[in-house]
Design a binder for this molecule. Structure first.
Ligand code: RB5
Length: 151
């Protein structure tokens, strides 16, 4: 299941991506917002990040005006590796090398078709493990207040 969330600025693109993912056979759950009334993106980032961190969702996709605020908020939740990106290459590599589990997009930065392409690349790519796995473990060290690599 893919958890979706946005603020007012990202609402329309979230709706587009929700329909696109449904068409492609993905199950989604929409954590809001549900209209274009002004709201605060950390609320929706937190809901989506929590769902992913707790294993209720496999991955999450957030949309705000830039993707920046949503990604900063999501990355505050332990276990979340959220990538804010505007290009398919970074999206793919964020999966292969960084095991990103939440994608943040900026509705005021990219168009619908590019957003779909980024989502496609991000969902299709797999984490490569190997030398990258130790670096992901270092993220956890940081979350635990340790120097990366400290035991
Ligand atoms: C809302 O105006 C805007 O600040 C928000 O959507 C997002 O871009 C924040 O990073």
């Amino acid at each position: 299941m893919i958890a979706l969330g946005s603020d007012h600025a990202g609402f329309a693109l979230k709706e587009t991506l929700k329909a696109y993912l449904k068409e492609k056979g993905f199950e989604t759950y929409d954590y809001g917002t549900y209209d274009e009334n002004r709201c605060d993106y950390p609320v929706y980032s937190y809901r989506v990040a929590k769902a992913v961190a707790e294993g209720k969702a496999d991955k999450g996709i957030l949309v705000c005006g830039t993707g920046v605020g949503s990604s900063i908020a999501a990355n505050k939740v332990n276990g979340i590796r959220c990538v804010c990106c505007s290009d398919p290459y970074s999206a793919e590599l964020s999966r292969r090398h960084n095991d990103s589990n939440v994608l943040a997009l900026g509705s005021r930065v990219i168009g619908e078709e590019l957003a779909k392409m980024i989502v496609d690349m991000w969902l299709a790519a797999e984490f490569e493990g190997g030398r990258h796995a130790g670096r992901i473990a270092m993220f956890v060290d940081i979350e635990n207040g340790c120097e990366p690599g400290e035991k």
